[in-house]
Design a protein around this ligand. Structure first.
Ligand code: ATP
Ligand code: MG
Length: 239
């Protein structure tokens, strides 16, 4: 028997009033695969991610994780099934310390124990933010907030990681560091969905890319095939 894909999206439709933001999106991702998602502004990339993590309920279609439907589940239920994400504009807790930001998703009802605090410190060390652990998140630069959000997502050790424009507005040096972090996620056999306008980074990280345009998947294939795909070229150059 073949293993169910980590993620299978079937006929996904999402409307905002008269606007069809997702128009029958279909694709699947194998366990441990890094899938790049490209598309011009407004193509539906973030909406897709918002549907996958339960922020939006789709109007039609289905979403399955490891063969089990999660269509219409609430964000915390989907997170509990091993899905983590970051946002295009990072959503950190501004008036909380970096350590506390990391403890939020893993904290149960009781106060954090030493093991959790140690894990948070190890994660901040890994993300080169340890010196700032007692600072408020609002004191971080935009790029550092993206790192903090990535760190917070990794605290719950998700199997499926969704990153919305991790490199946007980030200095090239920090981009390189983020790419290494994403490579480490892949090496740890996590499944990764990577939205990016930075095709060079996508090409470095993923062997397969889907291109969205006006809420539809217009191409799905290897990096080289996508690069030369006439529909993709037209969507980009025509825009
Ligand atoms: N909450 C919302 N209410 C109304 N319209 C929305 C909402 N969210 C997204 N849209 C619309 O859906 C379409 C897709 O938007 P989306 O944010 O998914 O695009 P995107 O591919 O992520 O673009 P970008 O590259 O600019 O981030 C756009 O036309 C957008 O205006
Ligand atoms: Mg977006």
């Amino acid at each position: 028997m073949t293993e169910a894909p980590a993620l299978k999206v079937h006929g996904l439709i999402k409307r905002f009033g008269g606007l069809v933001a997702l128009d029958g999106v279909e694709f699947s991702v194998a366990r441990g695969e890094v899938l790049g998602i490209i598309g011009v502004n407004g193509a539906g990339k973030t909406t897709l991610m918002n549907c996958l993590c339960g922020i939006y309920g789709p109007d039609a279609g289905s979403i399955a994780l490891g063969g089990e439907s999660v269509t219409g589940l609430a964000p915390h239920d989907i997170a509990r099934r091993g899905v983590g994400r970051t946002f295009q504009v990072p959503r950190v807790f501004h008036r909380m310390s970096l350590i506390d930001n990391l403890l939020v998703p893993v904290l149960k009802r009781h106060a954090p124990d030493r093991a959790l605090i140690d894990a948070a410190e190890t994660m901040l060390e890994r993300m080169r933010l340890i010196e700032l652990r007692h600072n408020f998140a609002e004191e971080l630069s935009g790029g550092q907030q993206k790192l903090l959000e990535m760190a917070r997502m990794l605290m719950s050790d998700p199997d499926l990681v969704m990153l919305d424009e991790p490199f946007a507005g980030v200095h090239p040096e920090l981009c390189r560091f983020m790419i290494e972090q994403i490579e480490a996620m892949a090496a740890a056999h996590k499944t990764v969905l990577l939205i990016s306008h930075d095709l060079t980074s996508i090409y470095r990280l993923s062997r397969r890319v889907i291109a969205l345009n006006q809420g539809r998947v217009i191409a799905d294939g290897g990096v080289e095939a996508i690069r030369g795909n006439p529909a993709v070229i037209e969507a980009y150059l025509g825009a």
